[in-house]
Write a protein that binds this ligand. Structure first.
Ligand code: CMP
Length: 139
């Protein structure tokens, strides 16, 4: 059975451009409940650990540099079928390929600066949620 939890980050580009409110509104209008949330900034070590699965990819250095370039909003979102439904809401990784009206189609600039993150599996949603939030910060 699909899990009911996913982890999102509103990335530094979207925070810098003033899109926190619009993105959170689109997320809650789509039926997700925010069960944890914070404004924070990743250190280099944080970003390298969060994206360890991409360590061998050619864009890894660029990804870490971008994700540490300013504050992000991290949040745990709850809804039936959360991982898949959230990935539909945000659209394709490359905003040029993202469906009209999706968060990335509306707010992302490029495949690297793509406005939001969404977990890719129930297992990673749990790991990523616990990466950002202590148990007492999850409601
Ligand atoms: P996300 O799915 O949040 O997590 C992995 C990130 O790597 C992805 O978003 C993109 O921001 C980034 N990424 C993926 N492919 C590329 C690429 N070809 N060039 C730069 N960044 C990329």
């Amino acid at each position: 059975m699909a899990g009911n939890k996913t982890l999102t980050m509103i990335k530094p580009d979207a925070v810098r451009d003033g899109h926190i409110g619009a993105i959170l509104n689109q997320i809650t209008e789509a039926g997700f409940r925010i069960s944890a949330m914070k404004l924070t900034q990743l250190s280099t070590a944080d970003a390298q650990a969060f994206y360890a699965v991409h360590a061998e990819r050619p864009f890894f250095g660029e990804l870490v540099e971008f994700m540490t370039s300013g504050p992000i909003v991290a949040a745990i979102l709850e809804k039936d079928n959360a991982v898949e439904d959230f990935r539909t809401l945000i659209g394709a990784t490359n905003p040029a390929e993202a469906a009209e009206g999706t968060i990335r189609a509306r707010f992302a600039k490029s495949i690297g600066e793509n406005a939001v993150h969404g977990s890719d599996s129930d297992e990673n949603a749990q790991i990523e949620g616990d990466f950002h939030f202590a148990g007492r910060e999850q409601f």
